[in-house]
Design a protein around this ligand. Structure first.
Ligand code: G3P
Length: 225
């Protein structure tokens, strides 16, 4: 487990075919190499079946893609905060747009994770939701308009206002919570714009995972940081 500084680039591998099995570790190692040569903080979120493998072998902060507010015990198919901790992962996403949870569960996940020293990045689809979930004091809130996820127009171009407004709204609730933005982020210019808008980094997926040359994309992503 290593530390995560801001500005941060968090690469969510989702469940793309490119990152099944050993592919997850290969891409995590590529991210780690670019992080090391550039000094920029890059974290990865491998698919759940590869979480242990990547958390154990990659020299980069690793996040679970999801967690449930459950204690160890019965709960077939769930991932507990305790299990995330046991993999050696640094943190976890919570409430991703593709895996939403009720607000009360988000709060419970944040508390359970922090009690175990697991970093939290809570996703929100709107300024209002970001404000609501910031009240749980996660380490990070990532605002991602669902309609832009997986697309070719970055949130920083299509809706810069949502980034600025989320930064202001979250700051008013809890200034210690870092705001990230995501959806359609693909280039270094997108990352620069995100930071200029007040974000402390980005959460992205397809731009890296589906790229023909992920290393080249990663180098471009961090060029202005
Ligand atoms: O978790 C990151 C995400 O939902 C954005 O995906 O493919 O638009 O970068 P993408």
């Amino acid at each position: 487990m290593t530390d995560l500084r801001t500005p941060a680039v968090i690469v969510n591998f989702k469940v793309y075919s490119q990152v099944e099995g050993e592919g997850a570790l290969r891409l995590a190692n590529t991210c780690a190499a670019v992080a090391e040569e550039s000094g920029v903080s890059i974290a990865v979120c491998p698919p759940m079946p590869e979480l242990s493998l990547v958390a154990r072998d990659a020299s980069i902060p690793v996040f679970s893609q999801n967690v449930s507010p459950r204690k160890p015990g019965s709960g077939t198919g769930y991932t507990t905060p305790s299990a995330v901790k046991a993999t050696g992962a640094f943190g976890t996403l919570i409430n991703h747009s593709e895996n939403r949870q009720p607000a009360a569960d988000v709060g419970a996940c944040v508390d359970m994770c922090h009690a175990l020293g697991v970093c939290t990045c809570v996703c929100a689809e709107s300024v209002e939701k970001a404000k609501e979930l910031a009240a749980f004091s996660p380490k990070m809130v990532a605002v991602e308009p669902p309609e832009l996820i997986g697309g070719y127009i970055s949130v920083t171009t299509a809706n810069p206002r949502i980034v600025q407004d989320t930064v202001a709204a979250v700051e008013a609730v809890d200034p210690k919570v870092a705001v990230l933005c995501g959806a359609g982020v693909k280039t270094g210019q997108d990352v620069k714009t995100a930071i200029d808008l007040g974000a402390k980094g980005v959460l992205l997926a397809s731009g890296v995972v589906k790229a023909a040359d992920p290393e080249a994309v990663l180098r471009d992503l961090i060029r202005y940081i």
